[in-house]
Design a protein around this ligand. Structure first.
Ligand SMILES: C[S@@+](CC[C@H](N)C(=O)[O-])C[C@H]1O[C@@H](n2cnc3c(N)ncnc32)[C@H](O)[C@@H]1O
Length: 229
């Protein structure tokens, strides 16, 4: 099922900065390759994907929200953990990305695709058992990142879980530190924010008393953050 938004307008940062990665049909044709997304993450795609999925759980009953589509097999692997009766909603602001994800999923997958800006107020608060954001926040300007996190926390039930996997400041001795700084500064202008601050910097004030469990990977270049709502 695909639920179109009443009027999802495409955020300026996506149009101006990421048209080449997500919006153009050639972008989808180019990037929708498992080996390429793995190369972009220096061979760490499977490890980071599984780190996100394992933090959510071996079995994912109830309602799961994936905020934004992901190239590669992230959603297929997520859906494989959903038992009978469980459901997954995937929110993305770009119809072309939702259509691409639909092609990757079996017809019977219990997945609803929702065309919506993840930083807009969620239609119903507190209805998901878990919410996952995989390499989304580094692509957002700080104000959009803050609103997206606020809405992710509004979407999850009390007792539910938020799982975030994204870039992180690498160790000072990381051999790719200078290369990654150049790549991110050149192609991903908001990403270095995640080198400067912990993710807690953009979390809603209302959850600052919760435990934020951070684990870093591959010399600190990547992080997983898990927060019990
Ligand atoms: C999850 S992120 C990056 C994932 C990762 N780089 C990959 O391998 O695909 C990319 C997706 O985020 C979506 N996106 C970006 N900003 C959004 C927003 N404000 N609301 C909903 N979706 C958004 C884009 O349309 C795109 O499909």
């Amino acid at each position: 099922m695909h639920t179109p938004a009443p009027a999802a307008s495409i955020p300026a940062y996506l149009r101006e900065t990421y048209w080449w990665a997500y919006m153009h049909p050639n972008a989808v044709r180019l990037f929708e390759r498992q080996w390429l997304v793995n190369l972009i993450l220096w061979g760490n795609f499977a490890k980071l994907r599984d780190a996100a999925l394992d933090a959510m759980g071996e079995s994912l009953p109830g309602r799961t929200l994936q905020v934004a589509c992901v190239y590669g097999d992230f959603t297929q692997r997520l859906v494989a953990r959903v038992p009978e009766g469980g459901t997954v909603d995937v929110v993305d602001v770009l119809p072309i990305q939702l259509a691409n994800l639909r092609r990757k999923l079996p017809d019977a997958a219990p997945v609803t695709l929702v065309e919506r800006d993840a930083s807009d107020p969620v239609p119903i608060a507190g209805c998901y058992d878990r919410v996952v954001l995989f390499f989304l926040l580094h692509e957002m300007p700080a104000d959009v990142r803050t609103r997206t996190l606020r809405e992710a926390f509004r979407a999850v039930k009390p007792g539910g879980k938020i799982v975030i996997v994204d870039y992180h400041r690498p160790d000072a001795s990381h051999p790719l530190r200078a290369v990654m700084r150049w790549i991110l500064r050149t192609f991903e202008p908001y990403a270095l924010d995640l080198w400067r601050h912990d993710l807690a910097h953009w979390l809603p004030r209302s959850i600052l008393d919760r435990e934020v469990v951070k684990q870093t990977y591959w010399g600190g270049l990547y992080q997983r953050v898990v927060i019990d709502a």
